[in-house]
Design a protein around this ligand. Structure first.
Ligand code: M6R
Length: 615
């Protein structure tokens, strides 16, 4: 959940670390800090709140050096105040640590260390790590920071990404990854190296990076790096080239990243489709899935695991895979799946959907699937992430970096990826003839243009947002493939505007939720011209009969709906399977405009983080 940046080289580390943290602030933003080695001491500057506070602090109390580490925090243990902000110094100021993860046995370790006379200055679990390192440096590790870190991390339970700097060996940073608490990328440059929990933090400086696997350690110096296992064996690892364009992580003409990312979707969907459909031969090509026709035919069901928005995307993918590949699909929350002792074998394909590729619950579900012999696939946006690496095959979203904490373009590109997957499975399993694939592929090819046309609703939606932004409850209704869009529309609204919103399958209204409806309840109804259209119309009538304010998403040309709903947003016509992509774009805009109107911090909503690397 937290962001980590480290630098060792010939330049001043402070601007590099602060700029890197700025790019990671979406991961956690309740407190922030930096530590530099200079003049034979480790100097730390920390602040509660956002990076701007740290920038002011560094201006008031300057610090510089050619080696340092920084951290932006999402609090797990201890309030978001200065003393709990990372980096944390050891008692004697010999070592300093930044950390992502949870030390599950920290109370036990803290008691033991306190009994030995260690004085703690924070309420965090992280501080035990640095105190242990200092302890092992004097007992067994002979002052060597890598060895002391290796010994210390063996005492920890849980998953961790840790970077350590030492006053005794100020030429190196030591980074460790254990489990799935977030990644560690080591970026290479000329006479300089970088460390980051996430690629965008260091993309301005290098596109050459390698990634630590679980239970690996990197010893990173100005002119060299070494990767070892925690057992001390050397690992041969070469940097890969990362293609992201850092320009795409800049807001440009937009007021917020979320706004930019909503408007980016015609482009990102084009990139997702690009190279994966052979229109001439009516074929889908997904080489990164590593799937043969023979293996595809052995699959008897698909289990999709994901969290949050990615889970809702999986609910839409279920319709695609069931309809186009004729395979049963179950969709489950990553956070619930592994606790059910699920029934899995090699005839099941487990599909993990995760934009960050680092969501700990989803990764745990993937591991459970792998241990039980299932085929494991992932749909991932973050290149090089854990979910991409541990899968038997993957499909990348190609959405480009998504900075806004509320997921938008990662949602639509993951939906498109599942559509491609369904076509591919249908093709390999002999369930879809080339003619059928051609029709579906043509519908897909038109999608970016239709997303562009949906975005033209911007002005109308802003106007609508001005009329409804002060309500405190919203109900979102959909049926069939648009029910997950009701859930996603409600999630978008609640996470960025803090308005209570619920998504419901419209047919369930009369079984309870209709009791909530009165003139204070806007009801957003997705009522497109599909096979449940008439049923949606009758739900709208029922809501209107109870004085709700009805906002309908409708298909262009539908004049009937104007007589039923208070506000109508018209979407271009597309195939029923792809309609959710257009509906969600309109609901993203509505949530965005309502949140802006309420003055909310759209890109960094309270209590949230972009990568959820703790349970
Ligand atoms: O990185 P992931 O796709 O695995 O993230 C899953 C959820 O944490 C994420 O979708 C979350 O719900 C977002 N805040 C939604 O906007």
């Amino acid at each position: 959940m937290c962001g980590i940046v480290g630098y060792v080289g010939v330049r001043d580390a402070v601007p590099i670390i602060l700029d890197g943290l700025q790019r990671l602030e979406y991961r956690g933003y309740d407190s922030v800090g930096v530590a530099l080695y200079a003049d034979n001491v480790i100097q730390v500057r920390r602040q509660a709140g956002k990076l701007a506070n740290l920038r002011q602090c560094v201006e008031a109390e300057p610090v510089s050096g050619t080696i340092g580490i920084g951290h932006t925090r999402w609090a797990t243990h201890g309030a978001p105040v200065e003393r709990n902000a990372h980096p944390h110094l050891s008692m004697n100021g010999e070592f300093v640590v930044v950390h992502n993860g949870i030390v599950e046995n920290y109370l036990e370790l803290r008691e033991e260390l306190s009994a030995e006379g260690v004085i703690f200055k924070s309420d965090t679990d992280t501080e035990v790590i640095v105190q242990l390192i200092e302890e092992f440096a004097s007992n067994g590790a002979h002052g060597d920071v890598a060895e002391a870190t290796r010994l210390a991390v063996q005492q920890l339970r849980g998953a961790h990404a840790i970077v350590v700097m030492s006053r005794r060996q100020p030429d190196r940073l030591v980074a460790v990854r254990i489990g799935n608490a977030g990644g560690i990328a080591v970026g290479t440059g000329e006479h300089e190296h970088f460390i980051a929990s996430d690629i965008p933090a260091i993309l301005d400086y290098t596109h050459h990076m390698l990634f630590l696997e679980s239970r690996q350690m990197a010893i990173v110096k100005r002119d060299s790096y070494e990767i070892q296992t925690l057992g001390g064996q050397s690992v041969h690892a070469l940097p890969q080239s990362i293609p992201y364009d850092p320009i795409s992580a800049v807001k440009g003409e937009f007021k917020h990243f979320m706004q930019k990312e909503i408007f980016d979707q015609a482009r990102s969907i084009t990139d997702t489709i690009g190279g994966r459909v052979d229109f001439e031969n009516s074929q889908v090509v997904l080489p990164s899935l590593n799937l043969t026709a023979e293996r595809a035919q052995q699959i008897e069901r698909v289990v999709t695991v994901a969290c949050g928005t990615s889970y809702y995307s999986g609910l839409i993918g279920k319709f695609f895979i069931e309809q186009l590949a004729r395979l049963n699909v179950e969709v489950d929350y990553g956070s619930e799946y592994r606790y059910r002792d699920p029934i899995l074998d090699e005839t099941t394909a487990v599909l993990a959907i995760t934009q960050s590729g680092e969501t700990v619950d989803t990764l745990a579900a993937m591991e459970e699937a792998r241990d039980k012999g299932a085929l494991v696939w992932s749909i991932v946006n973050a290149v090089g992430s854990q979910a991409m690496r541990i899968a038997d095959g993957y499909i990348s979203m190609n959405a480009g970096p998504e900075i806004g904490v509320a997921s938008t373009k990662a949602f639509t590109t993951s939906v498109v990826d599942q559509y491609l997957l369904a076509l591919y499975l249908g093709q390999l399993r002999g369930k879809l003839a080339p003619d059928a694939i051609r029709i579906h592929a043509q519908a897909l090819a038109r999608l970016p243009d239709l997303v562009g046309r949906t975005l033209e609703l911007e002005g109308a939606i802003r106007e609508l947002a001005h009329q409804v932004y002060s309500y405190t409850n919203f109900l979102y209704l959909g049926r069939g493939i648009n029910y997950p869009i009701a859930l996603e529309g409600a999630l978008k609204l609640k996470e960025i505007s803090y308005i209570h919103a619920e998504g419901y399958p419209a047919g369930e209204m009369k079984h309870g939720p209709i009791a909530l409806i009165d003139e204070q309840m806007p009801v957003v109804a997705i009522a497109l011209k599909d096979k449940v259209y008439d049923k949606m119309l009758s739900q709208i009538e029922q809501a209107k009969a109870r004085d709700a304010i009805v906002i309908a998403l409708a298909t262009e040309g539908d004049t009937v709906i104007q007589t039923k709903a208070d506000h109508v947003l018209y979407l271009p016509e597309t195939s029923p399977l792809l309609a959710p992509v257009l509906s969600v774009v309109a609901l993203q805009l509505l949530a965005y405009d309502v949140a802006v109107r309420r003055g909310a911090d759209v890109d960094q909503p309270r209590n949230l983080a972009k990568s959820v690397t703790v349970e």
